[in-house]
Design a protein around this ligand. Structure first.
Ligand code: ADP
Ligand code: MG
Length: 360
């Protein structure tokens, strides 16, 4: 019996699972030779999709800076999960390399770099993008200067309730600016992917962010809103209803009667919104459940081009339009169902179908 032949190709494929494989080392060497970084120091984070390292930089004039080097991993499991983010997005639609792990990591790194640039250029706090070599991305290191990264929102020691409310508003503000100014939905926003640095909230981890034209962008946006609300609710502040946040993020100043884009005007608008009550029978929670159920529905046929077209034509631009202001407890199973129910003059007596967990 012959044993398995270890070809050169097979050996390479095995090492590629580890982050610092010879190929990665070659890109790091290039970055060092170019003077972008002096070398790689400690590991800040090991994740499913990437590892992040700290690196020092010394400019020609001797000025020192600290950079973060994010090295994307070649792991097939991750891409399965991520394909939906790429499908349908114009910027990357014609890149049909989705079966090649090396090209895929390169694509994700490239997406993160472009998205970071866009966010950075529009003045929303995020690490400054510095350089990109294949799947190796160099950016500003958010640090207090002690070699340690600034804390994630999750780990930030809040002083008091006012500070929690302040960061909640800031998060919603940046979500709106990302959507309206950068034309991006983060799509993985949470207390883990935002950092408190220099008294501001910084947005990180944007490789999966999508443009509003992406057929699932609004679903991702609703997930982001829910994650943000869940975190701040746990911090014991009153949050706004999810569907009103959705409106705040997506709709124009004119539509919301916001006079200009200053922090003051935008905060003032938020303060006019009703907060979600904390009693369990609250109508706001019922409506938010309906709102979330529409999200499940759109995940099912999210890549439906006709839906996408409707959205582009403005017919589906605010999914909140599908949610009637006054609602019974029934949760529609499909978008069609939601529309039909809306057309119906519904009564509270008959309980509608329930959303099955098999839908997700
Ligand atoms: P992953 O895909 O692994 O979640 P992230 O971009 O979220 O990758 O980075 C992982 C962790 O590394 C973050 O949660 C954060 O703590 C830290 N980190 C990432 N980028 C920076 C940065 N520019 N400055 C400081 N810390 C960072
Ligand atoms: Mg992350």
């Amino acid at each position: 019996k012959k044993g398995p032949k270890i070809t050169k190709d097979r050996a390479n494929r095995a090492t590629v699972e580890q982050v610092l494989d010879p190929r990665t080392m070659r890109f790091l060497t290039k970055l060092i030779n170019k003077g972008v970084i002096n070398g790689i120091n400690g590991c800040i984070s090991t994740g499913k999709e990437a590892n992040v390292y700290q690196a020092d930089h010394e400019g020609n004039d001797g000025t020192k800076r600290e950079f973060a080097v994010k090295i994307f991993k070649t792991s097939i499991l991750v891409f399965k999960d991520r394909e939906r983010y790429v499908d349908g997005e114009f910027r990357f639609r014609n890149l049909k390399n989705q079966s090649n792990p090396r090209k895929m990591v390169k694509l994700w790194a490239e997406k993160e770099f472009r998205n970071l640039k866009r966010i950075f250029l529009s003045g929303i706090p995020c690490p400054e993008p510095i350089d990109l070599r294949s799947h190796v991305l160099v950016m500003e290191f958010l640090t207090k200067g002690n070699g340690q990264p600034s804390p994630k929102l999750r780990d930030h020691p809040f002083r008091d309730i006012d500070e929690i409310v302040h960061y909640y508003h800031q998060m919603l503000f940046y979500m709106r600016r990302m959507y309206r100014d950068c034309r991006l939905v983060h799509a993985d926003l949470s207390e883990y992917n935002s950092i408190v640095h220099n008294d501001k909230l910084y947005i990180i981890d944007v490789s999966q962010s999508v443009e509003p034209e992406h057929p699932m962008s609004l679903d991702f946006l609703r997930m982001d809103i829910k994650n943000v609300n869940d975190f701040f609710s746990k911090k014991k502040i009153n949050v706004y209803p999810e569907r009103l946040i959705f409106k705040y993020i997506t709709e124009s100043n004119e539509k919301l009667n916001i006079v200009d884009n200053t922090d003051e005007s935008l905060s003032k608008y938020l303060e006019t919104l009703p907060l979600k009550g904390d009693d369990e029978d609250n109508e706001d929670e019922v409506q938010d459940e309906i709102f979330r159920s529409l999200h499940l529905v759109r995940l099912l046929n999210a890549l439906d081009e006709r839906d996408f077209q409707k959205f582009r034509e403005g017919k589906l631009d605010t999914l909140t339009d599908l949610v009637p202001e006054k609602r019974s407890r029934r949760i529609p199973k499909t978008i069609d169902g939601a529309l039909a129910e809306e057309a119906e003059d519904d009564t509270d007596e008959d309980e509608g179908s329930e959303t099955g967990s098999d839908e997700d």
